[in-house]
Ligand binder design. Structure first.
Ligand SMILES: Nc1nc2c(ncn2[C@@H]2O[C@H](COP(=O)(O)OP(=O)(O)OP(=O)(O)O)[C@@H](O)[C@H]2O)c(=O)[nH]1
Length: 381
């Protein structure tokens, strides 16, 4: 459903809710100060305990009202803590968020296993999170499965989190964003967010990382046509995997094709032109050089100050995701909304009311419901 929200209506919705929003966040702060679970999790996160990290992520994925309050409390504290270290250490305090997308079978898990173990051998802590749209429709998860990365999952300096099998894509990515922050609070240096390059998930992931990489296998040549232009536009790095044995010539061809295709694509930033690198996740060839390139991207982005500005824009995008989610939940929770919604949908399909008018009617109905609820609350008090 498309929610058409005119400026004045949005304004009224927000203004109307502001008092209760304010009081509920104050309640959150006051209650949270006493919350033992939050204190315990914070302590566990600070000492880098994987069990506390797993429990904290589960907490932010929950929709249980009491736990939601705890999750907000935890995130608030964690964000304050991160802000404090950033004010002391500057951007060096910011951990590295890497997004990885690629079609099924591209070798994502083999790549993460190889890069991950390479990084932990250098003394870095690595977390792997998955955004898996398939888990929403099938209830099962294809990504982030520990069995796909056997060595890394046994590594004490690595943490692998499978995709949450709930909610719509917005919900999944929202909790992923929060999971990133929690991994950082638990002192993970590199957070890899993995997604299948189908649907919309890669766009959401690109919006929450410092570097977005696309990984592809050498193929027959149709891949380039099939691959969405959008995903190339938002990539900071293109990795041609499986460049080993008999596949080397095909991988080379693929590399040239991508290099030429990128010439016709507007660069994401004027400070970086997207490199196309061949590697083998199976043999590990090219992985150390690829890591150097990833670090170079970070240095360049820090020097031109885009590293921080991207993060700031991502924070703003995150605010909008929350706002849209909260507005939709409040809209759907209003009394009788399901019936009116059904009537309006039928009307729109029959052509008796225009989609725009139907959206306005629904919003008016929602605002009235909010107003009535507020009046009842005032009477009760
Ligand atoms: N020759 C060769 N094979 C590879 C390489 N990387 C992965 N593979 C193989 O490609 C197949 C798919 O690899 P995965 O790592 O499971 O790929 P994935 O992208 O995680 O696949 P999904 O789980 O379907 O999303 C496996 O049989 C791997 O052994 C590589 O660098 N070279």
């Amino acid at each position: 459903m498309v929610l058409r929200l005119s400026g004045s209506l949005l304004c009224r919705t927000l203004c109307y809710g502001s008092k209760s929003v304010l009081s509920s966040s104050l309640t959150t702060v006051i209650r949270g100060a006493e919350d033992r679970t939050v204190q315990r999790l914070l302590k566990g996160l600070r000492s880098g305990q994987r069990a506390s990290l797993a429990e904290s992520i589960t907490l932010v994925e929950t929709s249980h009202p009491k736990k939601k309050i705890q999750a907000k409390q935890l995130l608030t504290q964690v964000l304050h803590q991160a802000k404090r270290s950033q004010s002391v250490q500057g951007t060096k305090a910011l951990k590295f968020r890497i997004g990885l997308s690629g079609p099924p079978g591209a070798g994502k898990s083999t790549f993460i296993e190889n890069l991950g173990t390479f990084l932990t051998s250098k003394g870095l802590k690595v977390a792997v999170l998955a955004v898996d749209p398939s888990s929403v429709t099938t209830g099962g998860s294809l990504l982030g499965d520990k069995t796909r990365m056997p060595e890394l999952s046994r590594d004490m300096n690595a943490y692998i989190r499978p995709s949450p099998a709930r909610g719509h894509l917005g919900g999944v990515t929202r909790s992923t964003n929060e999971a990133i922050v929690l991994c950082e609070a638990a002192n993970y240096d590199v957070i890899i967010v993995e997604t299948i390059g189908v649907g919309q998930s890669e766009f959401s992931v690109a919006d929450m990382v410092d570097l977005f990489a696309l990984i592809i296998p050498p193929g027959g040549g149709d891949e380039l046509q099939g691959l969405k232009r959008g995903i190339m536009e938002m990539s900071d790095l293109i990795i041609i995997n499986k460049s080993d044995g008999d596949l080397v010539p095909a991988a080379r061809r693929m590399q040239y094709e991508y290099i030429s295709a990128l010439k016709y694509i507007r660069p994401k930033t004027q400070h970086w032109s997207t490199p196309v690198k061949r590697i083998s996740s199976l043999t590990g060839e090219g992985i150390p050089e690829l890591w150097d390139l990833i670090l170079k991207h970070r240095t360049v982005m820090e020097e031109c100050r885009e590293f921080e500005s991207r993060r700031r824009l991502q924070q703003r995008a995150w605010l909008w995701t929350h706002l849209k989610d909260n507005l939709m939940s409040s809209f759907m929770a209003a009394p009788n909304m399901k019936n009116i919604l059904k009537d309006m949908e039928e009307g729109v399909m029959k052509g008796t009311i225009s989609p725009g008018d139907a959206a306005d009617v629904l919003l008016q109905q929602h605002l009235q419901a909010l107003h009535q609820a507020q009046q009842h609350k005032a009477c009760d008090e």
